[in-house]
Design a protein. Structure first.
Length: 446
């Protein structure tokens, strides 16, 4: 009962969760300190420190809320080390909405303490200056593509020029994804008809990074959808989902981006809005929460959210037409945090994989533990991200799988880096890529 009294203290607003954000501060007090979340928290598993656990971070948020401490640099460091993977949220028997509490806390830190340092600089550049503007992203990735494809990157690496830059820049350069293929879908592609009799009309959320870095995954997604009788609409007015902005506390920018996406899709009269990026899908499904205090957009956000489906979720429900092409491979699946923990989509990707003849699905230990990608976490919290990735690669290697599969672009990049670091062959695949390959083999008569 003591907690109830504390909650009425005005000092509670020091956390800033009242009024300016959608989070109910009472949620902080749902934690009963049972510790059931601890073994699911990657930072706690790696460091074994209470301050780097969900329970510890909630205690820190409460301490701020009750006015016992301010947002000191050390306190913010503990909160920043959280990956926002939401594994704790999925494991918590008391229903603590850790993800929204942490996102709102970060928003408050941005407002209260301001932002400084390397992490803040990266976030400001990426979230404020790049992601909300499609043309800027296209320009930046176009320059990166030129850097890679003209041989400049090879020269810079051969001559060791990166050593002249601060270590962080050369680390970022080493993580640059390969941009050997053209962006897909092209901006003028707005409709792809179903093969055969249409079973559904779907809107495709193509994302901002996906077309630029993972064009082949987008192309595979469209082929799989049309092969399964879907007319696919790709609204030109769509943009970035705003997930990275929300994770870093940029909620006002995120709201504007959400409104733009709702407008782009609501005029298209589609049965479902399909997405192949788990992180973006989780964000799209929370637009109603993001726009909770916007009376004009809340009903529109709810209608939008009701239609959003991850590609594997959509295919499992459709249901998909099983391919007859064989892929004789041993495959292990890495759950993307934002699919399994945030969207609670666990079985559907496995259902899709099991529909492929010849494919053997072997579970890795801790398949639902984060791989350490977490948006820009692998840039701003490099050391912890690599520590988590190394643990993940041991789990991958223990399965003796030929292929590691996942459902999110950030995880694919991180796993590719992990495979390289661990000296394991090949690259990671998206679930839909394997299904697409099985259909292609079917068509070829193999
Ligand atoms: S599982 Fe939930 S209630 Fe238990 S310590 Fe973790 S956050 Fe608190
Ligand atoms: S969101 Fe992930 S990293 Fe953060 S406290 Fe929860 S389990 Fe740990």
């Amino acid at each position: 009962m003591a907690n109830t009294d504390i909650k009425k203290e005005p000092a509670l607003d020091l956390l800033g969760l009242q009024g300016s954000t959608e989070v109910n501060v009472d949620d902080l007090y749902k934690c009963v300190h049972c510790g059931l979340c601890l073994e699911h928290c990657p930072t706690y598993v790696e460091l074994g420190l209470e301050t780097e656990s969900p329970r510890g971070r909630l205690a820190l948020m409460k301490a701020v809320a009750e006015g016992r401490v301010g947002y000191t640099d050390r306190l913010v460091e503990h909160l920043d080390l959280c990956l926002l993977c939401r594994a704790c949220e999925a494991a918590c028997p008391s229903g603590v909405p850790f993800g929204s509490l942490m996102a709102a806390t970060r928003a408050r830190i941005q407002e209260e303490a301001g932002a400084s340092g390397w992490g803040a600089a990266v976030r400001s550049l990426v979230f404020r200056q790049m992601f909300p503007y499609r043309w800027r992203l296209n320009l930046a990735f176009g320059l990166m593509r030129m850097y890679q494809n003209t041989g400049l990157q090879a020269l810079v690496r051969r001559w060791g020029l990166l050593r002249l830059l601060p270590a962080r820049f050369s680390e970022m350069e080493s993580m640059m994804p390969s941009l050997s293929t053209q962006a897909y879908p092209p901006v003028d592609l707005e409709f792809v008809p179903a093969k055969g009799k249409p079973r559904a009309r779907v809107g495709f959320f193509s994302g901002c990074i996906m077309p630029l870095v993972f064009g082949p995954v987008n192309a595979a997604t469209l082929r799989v959808l049309t092969r399964n009788g879907c007319d696919v609409v790709i609204p030109r007015g769509q943009g970035c989902c705003a997930a990275l902005n929300v994770h870093s506390g940029e909620r006002e920018v995120a709201r504007e981006m959400a409104r733009r996406n709702i407008e782009a899709f609501e005029v298209m009269a589609v049965d479902a809005i399909v997405i192949n990026s788990a992180g973006c899908g989780a964000m799209l499904k929370e637009y109603d929460e993001l726009l909770e205090h916007d009376p004009d957009y809340l009903p529109r956000a709810r209608a939008f959210v009701a239609k959003v489906k991850d590609i594997s979720e959509f295919l499992a429900e459709l249901p998909l037409d099983p391919p007859s092409g064989w892929i004789e491979k041993r495959v292990t699946y890495q759950d993307s945090c934002h699919l399994v923990h945030a969207q609670r989509v666990k079985e559907q990707p496995r259902t899709v994989l099991r529909s492929i003849p010849g494919l053997e699905l072997v579970e890795m230990p801790g398949s639902d533990n984060c791989c350490g990608a977490a948006g820009v976490y692998n840039i701003v919290q490099r050391e912890m991200s690599m520590q988590i990735l190394d643990s993940k690669m041991k789990d991958v290697a223990s399965t003796d799988a030929d292929i590691v599969v996942t459902a999110n672009p950030g995880c694919m990049l991180q796993l590719d880096l992990g495979l390289k670091k661990a000296g394991l062959p090949g690259r990671s695949y998206h679930v839909v890529e394997l299904l697409d390959q099985a259909y292609a083999l079917e068509e070829a008569g193999d």
